[in-house]
Ligand binder design. Structure first.
Ligand code: GTP
Ligand code: MN
Ligand code: MN
Length: 364
């Protein structure tokens, strides 16, 4: 290691939002192991351990070289006792026993499977595990007890478990643009989330939607949903209304108008690729799209279920929403922690608030 690199590492900032965290970095084996430990803690609802492992993994992602000895990690932020043992084991043996045990653990595997279904959080998955649910067939037997979101998640889980490629995300973007422009021709749409960070795959596609004239945005999501539905391109949606009362609250709760959807993305070779107007397609294809569950469609499917988040913001809040929805989750958490601790400012995806002024105004 050059002396300059050593100096840089000893000065590694403690807040993740102050460092570069490249997608491809030098310590993948170790960060993968730490992230498995983090997920295991998450599944046990142990927030402290979850954050500890997540922070250690994040620090190592920012390290500009491959760790050669555990000594090189001892001064790095968040790399405490437990993490050091993991790092040492991996450096010496190429793997960590604790992580291997977790990967083979029935609870961990089941929680991975269940929380991987859209609409299923840790609490629900925990409850199901206790009730004896171990696989998707078990879950299908209790379909009547599932929420509409979970039913859709289960129905389309094969597609949703596959990652969305950048090429697919771009086609979703075109579909979203074509749909929204029918109602507001000069609507402004930005792809956010992982794809905005330069990832080449994602679990969904996120979009922010805005317009200088707030009135133009009123009812836009309903219109878009209605149109997609008539085209048979919407497999599930949940519209969340804007809650103005929460907007300036100091919480990180988001109250933008949002549509959480599963769309049927026509495949690139299907007629919808160049023109999404179903009316121009042959009726057999339209039937297949309109009734995606029909057994006849299974062999020759021309679409893939893709999760899409559409978030509408007034232009004044757009910058904050863009920052908040670009991610990653850890970067956002750290940014909020930095704002609050070091600057006494509360950041959410609606704005940045001076807590002292806010409490003053609340007292009035
Ligand atoms: P992949 O989709 O797996 O590629 O990762 P991603 O980083 O895009 O994750 P995701 O789509 O879950 O979320 C994108 C970003 O938006 C993340 O940084 C989240 O913190 C943020 N986000 C997700 N849901 C909400 C929400 O309801 N409110 C706010 N404010 N932010 C959210
Ligand atoms: Mn995303
Ligand atoms: Mn998302």
């Amino acid at each position: 290691l050059s002396a300059a690199t050593e100096v840089r590492c000893s000065q590694m900032p403690t807040y993740a939002c102050h460092r570069r965290t490249p997608l491809n970095h030098h310590n993948q084996t170790i960060t993968n192991a730490l992230e498995i430990l983090a997920r295991s803690a998450f599944f046990q609802e142990s927030d402290v351990r979850y954050l500890g492992f997540t922070r250690a993994a994040s620090t190592l992602k920012a390290l500009p070289y491959k760790l050669q000895s555990v000594n090189q990690a001892k001064d790095l932020p968040w790399c405490g006792g437990h993490c050091m043992i993991v790092i040492q084991e991996i450096l010496e043996h190429g793997m960590c026993r604790e992580v291997e045990v977790i990967k083979n653990n029935e609870h961990y595997q089941t929680m991975e499977l269940l929380t991987g279904i859209y609409g299923v959080g840790v609490r629900t998955a925990q409850r199901w595990f206790k009730e004896g649910i171990r696989n998707l067939s078990d879950l299908k037997t209790m379909e009547c007890k599932l929420t509409a979101e979970q039913v859709s998640g289960l129905r389309h889980c094969k597609d949703l478990q596959q990652q969305v490629t950048l090429e697919e995300a771009e086609r979703v973007g075109q579909l979203v643009k074509d749909t929204l422009q029918r109602f507001v021709p000069d609507v402004h749409i930005t792809m956010t989330g992982g794809f905005r960070r330069g990832k080449e795959v994602g679990h969904d596609v996120d979009f922010l939607i805005t317009h200088p004239n707030e009135n133009a945005l009123s009812g836009l999501l309903e219109d878009a949903v209605g149109w997609l539905e008539t085209q048979g391109l919407l497999l599930y949606h949940h519209l969340k209304k804007r809650k103005p009362a929460l907007r300036s609250a100091s919480s990180s709760m988001d109250s933008h108008e949002t549509c959480y959807a599963i769309v049927a993305l026509p495949s690139s070779s299907s007629p919808w690729n160049t023109d999404i107007e179903v009316k121009k397609c042959n009726s057999e294809d339209a039937e297949r799209i309109a009734h995606p569950e029909s057994p006849n469609s299974l062999n020759s499917r021309t679409w893939k279920a893709v999760r899409v988040d559409l978030v509408v913001t007034p232009q004044a809040e757009h910058a904050y929403a863009l920052l908040g929805w670009t991610g990653s989750k850890h970067f956002e958490r750290e940014l909020r922690r930095y704002s609050l601790r070091e600057k006494k400012l509360s950041l959410n995806s609606h704005g940045l608030y001076d807590l002292e002024k806010l409490s003053g105004s609340l007292e009035c």
